[in-house]
Design a protein around this ligand. Structure first.
Ligand SMILES: [Zn+2]
Length: 687
């Protein structure tokens, strides 16, 4: 086995190191989510931390890592006698691969043996392995939905519970959850986000010296791991001792004065976090930090450090908000709720650079700081409903600094006038998203589970029974009994109880919802801009994107204007990327509609190879007025058999009905921009 890279030898990444250390000091901090680009040594540092965790005593032979001092009363390998053999081993580090099966995660219970032999045979899964150690999930955002559910249950209860047809097993599963994710590849569900105590953004350093040092150390390690590790022994043992000292301090009691607790509560309230979990995590992290600093009393600095790590992912936010925490707001909240009866109160080392009142547009009365030029979108933090209200209340809000540009550009632009080459282009602003009607792919799919179209899924409503392909997991008891009943005499049954054979077993067929690929094909030509519709169009697409995010769809964006079409966003699960592309999408020029459709067909062709079970839904957003490019009929033919919706953007007194004609060619449903905002109904493809 190769020696683990030393924790102390990791260059930079101070926030991440601190977050991990706080968790090592106090399991109550509740894990770390590491967000950032690939190739930033995330997994190296997590492994390094696991090696720093204190060793654990376990009951010898127990596959569930029972503590001899307090064995799990439900342990499937128990009950354990107090005198049983024990041994000491390092805390475990278990990696959960994103493609793991349910059995691999929670363990498997052999229903067949339970029914036919009456034996409760349980094979422990990764959760059992992670008990009293670290469960590491690389790319946690790519984890399958139902694994996420199982993980959430286990993390919330500290227990792994497996049940198959009334046969159940339960064992303790308490672990430090560390996940990594690249936000470009899709966000996490809020419930899962909330499960991580702390979150850290990680970026590779831009400092040449630091980067060089990273490479130097890495090369030295790769050349001779043992030698490299030996050079860091002193630092590593100092770190280990400091963690142990901090743990001892914490056990002895770190004081959390009322003033500091109130400060924590005020900060959490100020950032509008949901629930009280944030307060609890922040308090625990502040106490762990105090202990780490060798103090037995929480100071404002501890609160500051804890809040910076515990709040960013808990702010109520839209997927369109930028990550991170508003540090100015944090300083202001700390400042305002400092309390004056605490000795350490005012004397914090770094006074905020912006004292209260130094911001010109900040009214004295208003407790809410001005969120800045992007306020409309930032206000996602006030919740979805308020956005809905805003959306319905009146004219589309026009937030960004680009709005002037939009109007000027639109005014200059005559319909179909300019070619894109030197033509006038503009960037329209985006309004607050609203709730849109559900659009579904007709028929019954078999794609990854989600919340859009009907599909055969492992979860969901039972609709029938079938002979299982492999091992039965989801037993259909009545169907199993019916299958066994005719053979009882033949099998020599005399007394009570059915005689079952493996071949009698039937499993449940279920129907639920799948997620889809929603591909937006957006007309960004001059005819759309001329009518000043582009802001409304962008807002509608943003709303549809948000809807797709909530339904766990993959999304893609094709735009067409001027001389051709482009893939503004290749299919991805990251709705942030889609929103960003949309925001900066320029408008103007002619309308090459056929190119847009053809490009969409090409995207679908590639995606079908990559992800064949995921059914597409194409949403064409246009006024249907093709002023350039190839034959629309031929291009529409490329999308034959694909579920389509046309969002008709035509407005004004004289209507040509071109989008409606396009819809007929695509056998698509037509929805107007107004419909999107007001009507809630199910989409059905015309056949
Ligand atoms: Zn045990």
């Amino acid at each position: 086995m190769i020696a683990t890279y030393p924790f102390s030898a990791v260059v930079g990444l101070d926030d991440l190191k601190l977050a991990l250390v706080l968790n090592a000091v106090s399991p109550r901090v509740g894990g770390v989510l590491v967000r950032g680009e690939k190739g930033t040594a995330k997994s190296t540092i997590v492994r390094a931390l696991a090696a720093q965790l204190p060793s654990v005593d376990v009951v010898a032979g127990c596959r569930f890592a029972c503590d001899p001092a307090a064995p799990d009363p439900d342990c499937p390998d128990g009950p354990h006698d107090p005198g049983e053999h024990r041994h000491r081993r390092p805390a475990s580090l278990v990696e959960l691969p994103v493609g793991a099966s349910e059995d691999r995660l929670v363990g498997s219970l052999d229903v067949e043996r339970a029914l036919t032999e009456g034996v409760k045979a349980f094979e422990p899964g990764l959760l059992a392995g992670a008990h009293r150690g670290v469960l590491y999930v690389d790319e946690v955002n790519l984890l399958h939905d139902h694994l996420v559910d199982l993980l959430l249950d286990a993390a919330a209860l500290g227990t792994c519970y497996v049940e198959r047809e009334g046969v159940s097993v339960r064992h303790a599963a308490r672990f430090l959850l560390v996940g990594t994710m690249n936000p470009e590849e899709g966000e996490l569900r809020p419930q899962l986000l909330d499960r991580f105590g702390l979150t850290v953004e990680v970026k590779a350093s831009r400092d040449p010296d630091e980067r060089a040092e990273v490479v130097r150390r890495r090369m030295a390690y790769d050349a001779s791991p043992e030698e490299f590790v030996a050079r860091w022994t002193a630092q590593e043992s100092a770190l280990g001792e400091r963690i142990l000292r901090a743990r001892a301090l914490l056990r002895g009691g770190v004081a959390l004065p009322d003033t500091r607790l109130l400060q924590i509560a005020a900060v959490c309230a100020g950032f509008e976090v949901d629930g009280l979990r944030a307060d609890l995590v922040t308090a625990n992290a502040a106490m762990a930090h105090a202990a780490w600093q060798g103090r037995d009393r929480v100071t404002e600095e501890d609160v500051r450090v804890a809040a910076r790590l515990s709040l960013p992912h808990r702010r109520r936010r839209d997927p369109f908000d930028a990550p991170g925490l508003d540090e100015d707001l944090l300083e202001e909240l700390l400042d305002r709720h400092r309390g004056d009866d605490d000795p350490d109160g005012g004397g914090t080392p770094d006074t905020p650079p912006d004292g209260p009142g130094s911001q010109p547009d900040q009214g004295e009365a208003g407790p809410t700081p001005d969120p800045g030029p992007n306020s409309q979108l930032d206000r996602g933090e006030t919740g979805h409903n308020s956005q809905l209200d805003q959306g319905e209340a009146g004219p589309t809000p026009d937030p960004g600094p680009n709005s002037q540009l939009d109007q000027r550009g639109a005014a200059d632009q005559e319909e179909g006038g300019d070619d894109s080459l030197g033509g006038v282009t503009a960037v329209a602003g985006v309004g607050a998203p609203y709730r849109v009607p559900v659009m579904k792919v007709p028929g019954l799919g078999a794609g990854a589970s989600g919340r859009r179209s009907r599909a055969r899924t492992p979860r969901g409503r039972a609709t029938g029974a079938r002979v299982p392909h492999g091992k039965v997991k989801d037993l259909h008891l009545p169907a199993t009994l019916l299958a066994a009943a005719p053979y009882q005499k033949e099998r020599g049954r005399t007394g009570a109880g059915l005689l079952l054979r493996g071949g009698d077993l039937r499993e449940v067929v279920r129907e639920g919802r799948e997620s889809n690929l929603v591909l937006f094909v957006v007309d960004a030509s001059g005819s759309m801009a001329a009518r000043r519709r582009m802001t409304a169009v962008k807002t509608a697409v943003l709303s549809l994107l948000l809807d797709a995010y909530q339904r766990r769809d993959k999304v893609g964006l094709v735009t067409f204007r001027g001389r051709g079409a482009e893939v503004a966003l290749p299919p991805t699960s990251s709705v942030e990327a889609g929103a960003a592309r949309l925001r900066s999408l320029p408008t103007g020029g002619r309308t090459p509609l056929a190119e847009g459709l053809a490009r969409a067909a090409e995207v679908l062709r590639v995606e079908r190879m990559r992800d064949p079970d995921r059914r597409p839904l194409v949403v064409v957003v246009t006024d249907g007025r093709a002023t350039a490019g190839g034959d629309v009929d031929a291009a529409a033919g490329l999308l034959r058999g694909v579920a389509c919706v046309v969002v008709d953007c035509e407005s004004g007194p004289v209507r040509l009905g071109l989008a409606v004609r396009l819809a007929a060619r695509l056998a698509a449903e037509v929805v107007t921009l107004d419909d999107l905002g007001t009507v809630v109904r199910e989409h059905r493809k015309a056949s």
